[in-house]
Every structure is written in C-alpha cells, then in structure tokens.
Write a protein that binds this ligand. Structure first.
Ligand SMILES: Cc1cc2nc3c(=O)[nH]c(=O)nc-3n(C[C@H](O)[C@H](O)[C@H](O)COP(=O)(O)O)c2cc1C
Length: 172
C-alpha cells in the first residue's frame, strides 16, 4: 500500500472480528513505532503487548472511552520513559510519533486500531499504572487496541486551505 493511501484511509476502528492478530504482525507494527523520529534520537518509549482477556476487559473500568477494547484481541500500551534522557521534555512528542507510526503500519497490514488517550489524564494514568505494574518513572501514554476491522477503512478529506498561511500569519 502506498504511504499516502495509508495516511488517508487510516481510521479509528472500534469494532473488530473475533480473530487473533499474529504475533509477527504485532512485531512489524512495533518495529514501525520504534522507527519514529525522537528528539536527539533518545527513543524514550516502551510498549506493553496485551492479549490477556482479563487485563483487556479491566481497562474500561477506569478509562471511560475505551469500551472497544472489550472486543479487541490485543492492545499495545505505549509508555514514555523520559527519565535520564538528554531532552526529557520532548518525550510526549517522541512517543506521539511512535504511536502514529504504529497506527499507519497497522493500516498497511489491514489491521484496525484506535489511539486511546491516557496521558495526561491522572485517573487513566493511575489505572494503567496499577493494572500493568508500571514502575514509577514509566508514563502510560496511549492505548492502541489492535484487531481485524469489522467494517471498512473510509478515506476522509479534512483539507482546510484556510488553515494554511503563506510566508507569515494572514487572517482570512
Ligand atoms: C490524543 C488522542 C486521544 C484519543 N482518545 C480517544 C479515546 O479515548 N477513545 C476513542 O475512542 N478515540 C480516541 N481518539 C481517537 C479520535 O477520536 C479520532 O482520531 C478522531 O475522532 C478522528 O477520527 P479518525 O481517527 O478515524 O481519523 C483519540 C485520538 C487522539 C489523537
């Protein structure tokens, strides 16, 4: 699949078939995540691959917008690890880039995903910290449920020329 097609047809997929995702595919998309740019190439991320049904089913108990995970055969918990890094304040931008790479790589493989935000909402972070036994310095950033989509990938056009400014800020 061409990259631009993947970008324009990546959708948040919240309904999945009851079919497992091969481990090799999870590794491919994680490899894409780790290929992301990061400040000073510091790569301040960790990823927890979750397939345990009881763990997945516990997540909506503390995250109000994560009910799709009840159907998902797997999810990736993307975490930040700014501790001791040269550019610690950039960690969330670094980890966002990795998250987007994962979504796009999954789209390329025909897998459905959705970026479920965690950081900086304290209640959600606390819930993930507890359920997945995260060390104190590891920051739960986003959950990415992964599954085979029950439905299609629609292209959308969100292009808004009025948001583009040539050379300097110009109100339109
Ligand atoms: C930072 C962030 C947090 C998000 N959190 C959630 C969430 O908690 N639950 C959810 O269902 N979707 C979540 N989304 C997905 C957005 O709702 C979705 O990207 C947006 O509606 C656009 O739709 P699209 O992804 O299909 O283009 C989040 C997306 C981002 C970037």
């Amino acid at each position: 699949m061409e990259l631009l097609d993947a970008i324009h047809t990546r959708r948040s997929i919240r309904k999945y078939l009851s079919k497992t995702v091969p481990e090799e595919m999870i590794e491919i998309i994680l490899k894409a995540g780790m290929a992301a740019p990061s400040a000073g190439n510091q790569q301040p991320w960790h990823f927890i691959v979750i397939t345990d049904r009881a763990s997945l089913d516990a997540i909506p108990g503390f995250h109000p917008y994560s009910k799709m995970v009840l159907q998902a055969p797997a999810a990736i918990l993307v975490c930040g690890d700014p501790n001791g890094k040269k550019w610690p304040t950039f960690w969330d931008q670094d980890v966002s880039a990795a998250t987007q790479n994962i979504l796009l790589a999954a789209r390329d493989l025909g897998l459905g995903t959705v970026w479920v935000g965690i950081y900086p909402e304290k209640d959600r972070m606390d819930g993930f910290r507890k359920l997945f036994a995260l060390p104190d310095h590891i920051i739960p950033f986003a959950l990415i449920p992964v599954g085979w989509p029950d439905g299609g990938f629609d292209a959308v056009n969100r292009f808004r020329p009025e948001l583009i400014h040539q050379e300097r800020w110009q109100s339109k």
